[in-house]
Write a protein of this length. Structure first.
Lengths: 285, 290
């Protein structure tokens, strides 16, 4: 249409300015900063690949990577797995669907910080919900945030927080499977678990792929739970908290930026791998 | 590519109403999981009405004679009301800015044909892979240079930028499905592009604007990482940063912690119960498919 050029420019401009200033420029600046040794804001010296050499010999970063991967494993198995199981279950019932949808979504609307504080109370040694329950059943109290179990204790709220989100995505995908498929299956005598394994899951495979990608890249952003529950102590340091400590507590912007570049690269590789592994033809009804 | 998914409920093959073992097992599992999402909240609110001493001794008993000490402490000593207002001002401003800027950009991407459109779209999708960790240092530098660290703008601007990608993708996905005839008819009536946006596309796309704003609000309201860095002075501190502060400063005052968390989440949960259907609608209609 005539005069469209003007509108394209005008309408895109505000968003473009915002994103260039606060996303793209900082992103490339981080990459640039990763080649410098910095002290404070204004004193920086070009050091070439020094920061990257440090990156690969940094034992703490290695540990943080492993902890992140461990949480990722729990997220894939328990968060995505539970979401799928719950979705299959809710999809199969007749009564109370709305109730479960509403209730399962509760944790998502609550901030990670509030959930973490809730779990500070739940894990509390003296009176916490868990130890209280254990005591009344006659067991000994457990130190939930000790070095041996802290990472798992941090993973529990992380997993619990987003189960409901993926649950809704799965449930939506399932509600779009045409009913003829199920009718045909019924005629063939395929029901119950068999129906789920051979019909439902293959049909929503592309949604499972999307959810897995979201869950895996989401784990790289874990910060709140670790920060409030343990501050990264007791073997719970993850990439997010480590980057925060280096860049914004030690004020080592150069090395902090290098870690940020590493996190981005890690995320890109993980999402490519996920999509390769799960590559399969898309199903259209 | 994105695909708009209809929400029309589909009728399934009729199933027997008779309850068998499997159904009972299913219900037991579902109730157990809902217990994990409900009981901790109940336990929390219940304990927020007890004195810290009582929380420690018997956290499971119901607060028969509720005390409001924790709540008065929360408002008087740690000034949680101020943080609340800060959070609301910043999150609501972020939502408004994202909707205006994102809505306009989404309209262009969904309804204009021009060179570089698909490149633009690919860039947007790739932007989803940029976490805030990788932008925080230069953004912090910028904010300091402009002197807006520890002001409302110091959080509103970065939050707006980081939520734009999601909003543009979801809103343009929805707008792409609006029939072309509608647009043609409006052209006949002499609508220009701006009027078209405000009179035709904006009203029709209300559902997706609603759900996008809910998610942008939640993410802005709940983001601890940026809040800790950009706005960490008492006068502008949002509620998430205050919660982090409480956990380190008042870590032994359990009643106070319970009441602070209750104050943070109860209003959000109540609002959620009212607007819940929009959230699901948004998730289903605007879902981005990989």
């Amino acid at each position: 249409m005539k005069g469209d050029k003007k509108y394209i420019f005008l309408f895109l401009l505000p968003a473009a300015i915002m994103m260039t200033t606060f996303v793209y420029y900082p992103f490339f600046k981080s990459f640039y900063l990763s080649f410098f040794r910095t002290t404070g804001f204004f004193d920086k010296k070009y050091v070439g690949l020094d920061n990257y050499e440090r990156l690969f010999s940094d034992g703490l970063l290695g540990a943080a990577t492993l902890h992140t991967l461990e949480i990722m494993l729990y997220v894939i198995i328990f968060q995505v797995g539970l979401a799928l199981v719950l979705a299959v279950m809710v999809d199969s019932i007749r009564w109370g669907k709305t109730f479960f949808r509403t209730v399962f979504f509760f944790p998502i609307v609550i901030s990670g910080a509030a959930i973490s504080l809730l779990f500070v109370l739940i894990y509390n040694f003296q009176f916490g919900l868990l130890n209280g329950a254990l005591e009344s059943l006659g067991f000994d109290k457990v130190l939930w945030l000790s070095e041996n179990s802290a990472l798992k204790s941090v993973a529990i709220p992380t997993v619990w927080h987003y189960v409901g989100f993926y649950f809704i995505l799965f449930l939506t995908a399932m509600s779009k499977i045409p009913s003829d498929f199920y009718e045909a299956a019924k005629l063939e005598g395929i029901t119950g678990i068999k129906k789920t394994l051979y019909l439902t899951i293959p049909l929503i495979l592309s949604d499972i792929k999307v959810v897995l990608t979201l869950a895996i890249t989401g784990t790289l952003k874990v910060f709140d739970f670790v920060w409030i529950l343990t501050r990264g102590q007791n073997q719970t340091e993850v990439l997010g908290t480590y980057m925060y400590k280096k860049a914004l507590i030690d004020l080592n912007f150069g090395y902090g930026s290098t870690i940020a570049v590493y996190i981005v690269a890690f995320g890109v590789i993980l999402s490519i791998v996920t999509n390769r592994l799960l590559k399969k033809e898309e199903i259209t009804y | 590519m994105q695909q708009i998914q209809s929400v029309i409920p589909r009728r399934r093959a009729t199933r027997s109403t008779r309850f068998n073992g499997g159904t009972i097992f299913t219900y037991i599992c579902l109730f157990l999981w809902s217990l994990t999402t409900i009981y901790p909240l109940f336990w929390l609110v219940n304990n927020s009405f007890k004195l810290s001493r009582d929380v420690m001794n018997n956290s499971f008993t119901i607060a028969i004679s509720p005390v409001l000490t924790n709540y008065t402490t929360a408002f008087d000593r740690i000034n949680i009301g101020k943080s609340y207002v800060n959070s609301l001002i910043m999150s609501v401003s972020t939502v408004l800015l994202v909707l205006i800027m994102g809505g306009l950009a989404a309209y262009v991407i969904a309804r204009f044909r021009f060179r570089g459109r698909s490149v633009l779209y690919s860039i947007l999708v790739a932007t989803l892979l940029i976490p805030s960790f990788s932008t925080v240092v230069p953004v912090y530098e910028l904010l300091i240079k402009w002197g807006i660290v520890n002001t409302y703008w110091g959080l509103i601007l970065p939050h707006t930028a980081s939520n734009l990608t999601f909003a543009i993708l979801v809103i343009s996905g929805y707008m792409a499905t609006i029939p072309k005839d509608l647009e043609d008819a409006a052209f006949m009536d002499g609508c220009n592009r701006l009027n078209m946006f405000s009179r035709v596309f904006l009203p029709i796309s209300r559902p997706v604007f609603a759900s996008a704003s809910i998610f942008v609000f939640l993410w802005a309201y709940n983001d601890l990482f940026s809040a800790l860095i950009f706005v960490n002075k008492d006068s502008v501190r949002p509620i998430v940063a205050l919660l982090s502060e409480i956990s380190s400063q008042y870590g032994t005052d359990f009643g106070l912690m319970a009441s602070a968390v209750s104050i943070t989440i109860i209003p959000i949960l109540v609002v959620y119960l009212f607007i819940q259907r929009y959230i699901e609608k948004g998730l289903t209609e605007g879902a981005i498919k990989g």
